[in-house]
Design a protein around this ligand. Structure first.
Ligand SMILES: Nc1ncnc2c1ncn2[C@@H]1O[C@H](COP(=O)(O)OP(=O)(O)OP(=O)(O)O)[C@@H](O)[C@H]1O
Length: 302
């Protein structure tokens, strides 16, 4: 295997008629790395994933997996990329094993022990002979991952893997994804609208808007140094808010003031509020999270 990134998208572009669905996406995923793909509805996430797995041909650009280009070795590249769609389609009347047997056949996997192996890797041992119709949504999602693992891919692409799952089911799926990256060195890309889950499980994040990747990096790189001081006040809240304007970006919510700044301004904010004649009854500070970064990025782009 080459020592560079496992997957590298270079200028991937998809145009439908005169509509640009995906516009020159550059993205790299390393061994054992999980990248979260975020963006509002219609941003181009599914189209990007579909191009990476060979379901949609790119209008231009290239995809390189383990050093080999999809333009030169399309069949080989496709064999190295596993896809887990948002709702994996299984035959409900057939067992988990039978469903995976069909996928194995379609992918030319003749060694049937790989079916059992995939089932146990996703924690479904003991369920192989149960009809998939009896599975919970979370179990079906894990079986979807087993299905993608059958061809022993080096890249796993998941389209909203926890959509519609309850917190317990989401947790199991996310832990499984993390263990595939940590334990087996799989390169993972997962699209999601659930920012707290992405924050929890992903090493890096790429944010798409209107077909383009508008930001990517680790959470620390994206968040940078942004701090929020939240104060609950007694007294003249509006006078305090006016006095705080030189300290940072100020937001007033009823009796609560939030000051956003590039450093910890707790002391300065409290002094300023007291001088303005108000009394802070509660003061809290937190660093910005993915939710704020995401909102700011999309607001800046609109
Ligand atoms: N086959 C197609 N023909 C024309 N337009 C398409 C086609 N497939 C997707 N699009 C358009 O491309 C844009 C990107 O769609 P895509 O499904 O990739 O977005 P998404 O980020 O996955 O959205 P969501 O979060 O809703 O799943 C949308 O405006 C969609 O309508």
């Amino acid at each position: 295997m080459s020592s560079g990134p496992v997957l590298r998208a270079m200028g991937l572009r998809k145009v439908y008629g005169d509509f640009v669905a995906v516009d020159r996406v550059d993205l790299e995923i390393g061994r054992g790395e999980i990248v979260g793909l975020l963006g509002p509805n219609g941003a181009g996430k599914t189209t990007t994933i579909s191009m990476m797995v060979g379901l949609v041909p790119p209008t231009s650009g290239d995809l390189v997996v383990e050093g080999r280009s999809v333009r030169r070795d399309p069949v080989w590249v496709r064999s190295r990329v596993g896809l887990v769609p948002d709702s994996p389609g299984f035959y409900d009347g057939m067992t988990a094993w039978e469903n995976l047997w069909i996928t194995a056949r379609l992918n030319g996997v003749r060694d049937e022990s790989r079916i059992q192996d995939a089932i146990s890797r996703v924690g479904l041992s003991g369920w192989e002979d149960v009809a998939v119709g009896k599975f919970s949504k979370g179990m079906k999602q894990r079986l979807g991952i087993a299905d993608a693992l059958l061809k022993s891919p080096s890249v796993l692409l998941l389209d909203e893997p926890t959509a519609g799952l309850d917190p317990g089911g989401s947790d199991e799926v996310l832990r499984l994804i993390r263990s595939l990256a940590d334990g087996e060195g799989m390169a993972v890309l997962m699209s999601s609208h659930l920012l707290h889950q992405v924050e929890w499980v992903c090493d890096r994040v790429a944010v798409m808007d209107r077909g383009r990747v508008i930001a990517q990096g680790t959470l620390d790189q994206l968040v940078g140094r942004r701090y929020y001081v939240e104060m609950e006040l007694d007294g003249d809240v509006n006078a305090a808010a006016r006095a705080l304007l030189p300290v940072g970006k100020v937001k007033v919510e009823d009796r609560r003031i939030v000051v956003e700044a590039g450093e910890d301004v707790r002391r300065k904010a409290v002094d300023t509020v007291l001088r303005a004649g108000a009394v802070p009854v509660e003061v809290r500070m937190r660093r910005a999270g993915l939710a704020e970064v995401y909102r700011n990025l999309l607001e800046a782009g609109s």
